[in-house]
Design a protein around this ligand. Structure first.
Ligand code: ADP
Length: 504
């Protein structure tokens, strides 16, 4: 018989309605290896089982109200106690069917009363021993699980650190400035490239120290845009010139930053970059410079050519055929003139030289004039063009520039209008005047709607239309120079409605 005393005792439950039997058993099983509890009825035993698990249960078969068999069945039904070994106590001379019944309801052994102390101790010891082994195995498994969990945690922490190290190494290795900032915009980290480029060490750059590298002329606008992005929690994008310590020049950069968010959605930091875009900026400058020079150079001989053609047209000795040909040549020079004027406007806008010459005039009158001019051309293609105005709309705008915008929208309506009716109107309230040009033509895809107002943007479709994509860009710049805007509603295949909104 083995008893392990160093372990905590095994809990035993003795159930018997006879107090003296309970006392005898308690006495027999007294010792450090057991902790004995007693119950004098089935219901009391069940109550105890609710709050405590036992290693072995000794159960008297003959008890009033609930006998041992019924109690055993209930014990076996409960999940917590279904594996607890039950030893039956039967009266001496009990017949075999009694004993079989005991086994059938889940007993593992039986003892006869009056009990032989040595037999009781021996039988209980076997099951207590099994119970201890089981308990040890369970604890061991638990300890293993706990160990594995700890190991996994350590591994995850190591992986996290490794990922952070890699991210840092990456940030240090890339050939552009990388930085991070707190949610309030204060810089917390800038990579080596930043320090080498600007000569500003990380400690100086921290907080808002980095701003000293931004060109004075760009600084306020840049910092304002940065604070605006922080306020909105929206991605930041801004161009600015940044000082390069190596040669002391300022070079154009595109700065971008995105917020990093926790699972809860709250911003935990900002991750940003500055990319040197000096070369592409220079290319754009060179293009605009070329456009400006080329359009001036083209205009001079073209004006001379047009004057020559017009003078030929005015001479009397032309045959009808020649006259038609020269007229057509004049129209072509006029088209060329319009293209060149647009190019000139684009270069004026990019160099900030678009100036307005305001005067008092009636917008309804002016738009009607433009519509009349187009009516003939429209009628030639069988396109009805209607005009409507709520009355005179006087205002102070640049007459030629607004006329240019309306002309442009009407030319587009004819070009993209699919030969369907075109509708032009002027409306106004106390604050704004609105010119609407609506067609029922090919329309514009939603993804192209904002693009068409940019420089040299055209929609590439199955059918090709001529054009350099300057008209709407210029139109929008003119509207904006007036403090107004251009809006468009369009459904592909159904038509487009452009609105010039001008403040009065
Ligand atoms: P373009 O000289 O190419 O006409 P615009 O700037 O005037 O240049 O227009 C840009 C592009 O917008 C056009 O190429 C065309 O794809 C689209 N667009 C402009 N107006 C209309 C319209 N009324 N209907 C459909 N598409 C239009």
């Amino acid at each position: 018989m083995t008893t392990i005393i160093s372990e905590e005792p095994v809990d035993l439950l003795l159930v018997d309605d006879r107090t003296e039997d309970l006392l005898t058993l308690t006495h027999v099983l007294a010792g450090p290896e057991y902790s004995v509890s007693t119950a004098s009825s089935g219901s009391e035993a069940l109550k105890r089982l609710m709050v405590q698990d036992f290693g072995v249960i000794l159960l008297d078969v003959f008890m009033p109200t609930m006998d041992g068999f019924e109690l055993a069945e209930l014990i076996k039904q409960r999940e917590r106690s279904q594996h607890t070994p039950i030893i039956f106590l039967t009266a001496a001379g009990s017949d075999m069917p009694q004993i079989y019944r005991g086994y059938s309801v889940g007993a593992v052994d039986y003892l006869t009363k009056p009990v032989d102390p040595d037999v009781v101790r021996a039988k209980v010891a076997v099951f207590a021993d099994l119970f201890r082994k089981d308990r040890r195995l369970k604890r061991h498994a638990e300890a293993m699980r706990e160990g594995e969990r700890r190991q996994r945690e350590v591994m995850l922490t190591e992986l996290r650190h490794a990922a952070e190290r890699r991210y840092m190494n990456l940030a240090e290795a890339v050939p552009l400035s990388v930085w991070t900032a707190e949610p309030n915009g204060q810089l917390t980290y800038a990579n080596r490239y930043w320090t080498e480029y600007t000569g500003i060490a990380l400690d100086e750059a921290r907080g808002m120290g980095w701003a000293s590298a931004v060109h004075e002329a760009d600084r306020d606008g840049y910092v304002n845009a940065w604070h605006e992005a922080i306020g909105k929690g929206a991605p930041f994008q801004q161009e600015c010139r940044i000082h390069r310590i190596g040669d002391g020049v300022y070079r154009w950069h595109l700065s971008r930053a995105v917020p990093e968010r926790a699972d809860s959605g709250e911003i935990v930091s900002w991750l940003g970059t500055h990319t040197d875009i000096e070369e592409s900026k220079q290319a754009v400058f060179a293009r605009d410079e070329f456009i400006s020079i080329a359009s001036h150079e083209l205009r001079t001989p073209l004006t001379a050519l047009k004057l020559r053609l017009q003078s030929v047209l005015h001479s009397r000795d032309l045959s009808e055929k020649t006259e038609r040909r020269v007229e057509s040549a004049v129209r072509q020079t006029e088209r060329l003139e319009r293209l060149i004027d647009n190019l000139l406007d684009v270069s004026r806008i990019t160099t900030g030289h678009l100036e307005l010459e305001r005067e008092e005039f009636d917008l309804s009158d002016m738009v009607q004039d433009v519509a009349e001019r187009f009516r003939e051309q429209a009628a030639g293609g069988g396109v009805p063009l209607s005009f409507e105005a709520s009355g005179p709309v006087p205002g102070n705008w640049d007459r030629l520039r607004v006329e240019q915008v309306v002309t442009n929208l009407l030319a587009n309506a004819l070009k993209f209008g699919d030969a369907k009716p075109i509708f032009v109107s002027v409306t106004a309230d106390a604050k704004t005047a609105v010119v609407t040009v609506a067609d029922q033509g090919i329309g514009i895809a939603p993804e192209d709607l904002s693009r068409i107002f940019h420089q040299f943007e055209r929609v590439i479709g199955r059918r090709s239309f001529g054009g350099l994509g300057m008209g709407l860009y210029i139109a929008r710049q003119i509207a904006q120079a007036h403090g107004g805007r251009i809006e468009v509603d369009s459904v592909q295949g159904k038509g487009s409605k452009f609105r010039i909104v001008l403040p009065r």
